[in-house]
Write a protein that binds this ligand. Structure first.
Ligand SMILES: [Fe+2]
Length: 191
């Protein structure tokens, strides 16, 4: 993970913690009951076909799913395509999808094989922004209020683990909280 930033839920400017230290990030997430793990990254993940990628991570996936809990395991990927005039619109549409606060009936488990995205976990009186990048596995517990920003130039490959085929469907709270917090782009450029 590149970055963890903890902010007060009622004041995004009140930054309680900002760290790029892997050990601190792991400890802070664990203290909040958030599962975080690191898996090896492939050199050429972006050029690798999705079924091949899944095959490469077969052992890790089998270990994570030893109980058989996840019935649907797939890959979500998006890469910039500047040759396509519709790319900005596609990128914006993909980004907007989970940019507002929501929750799911099951854990949201994602392994980032490449690229980057940020989960914002609204945990009581704090918001924990966790910028995931290639090699990071994060699990947002079922029912946890959160949102996800893939940035203005979405570029990532993620293995997704679902218990139900519609496990990705979000229950949106209607709370505009996410609009008051730094975007992924802003988080990365902040001092
Ligand atoms: Fe979600």
């Amino acid at each position: 993970m590149t970055l963890l930033q903890v902010m007060a839920a009622d004041d995004a400017d009140n930054v309680l913690l900002r760290t790029t230290d892997d050990a601190v990030i792991g400890a802070e997430l664990a203290a909040r009951g958030i599962t975080f793990d690191r898996w090896p990254v492939l050199d050429n993940a972006t050029e690798t076909a999705s079924d091949e990628l899944l095959a490469e991570y077969d052992d890790r996936v089998a270990e994570l799913n030893a109980s058989g809990r996840y019935k649907h395991i797939d890959i979500a990927r998006i890469h910039p395509d500047d040759a396509n005039p519709e790319w900005p619109q596609i990128a914006n549409g993909a980004r907007e999808k989970f940019l507002n606060e929501h929750r799911h009936a099951e854990d949201e488990v994602r392994f980032f094989a490449a690229g980057r995205g940020c989960f914002y976990l609204h945990l009581g009186d704090e918001v924990v922004a966790a910028v995931c990048e290639g090699g990071d596995l994060l699990s947002v517990p079922a029912g946890t209020l959160h949102w996800f920003d893939m940035g203005t130039r979405p570029d990532f490959i993620a293995i997704r683990f679902f218990e139900e085929a519609d496990g990705w469907v979000g229950d949106f709270t209607g709370d505009p909280i996410s609009s008051g917090f730094p975007t992924l782009d802003q988080l990365l450029t902040a001092p």
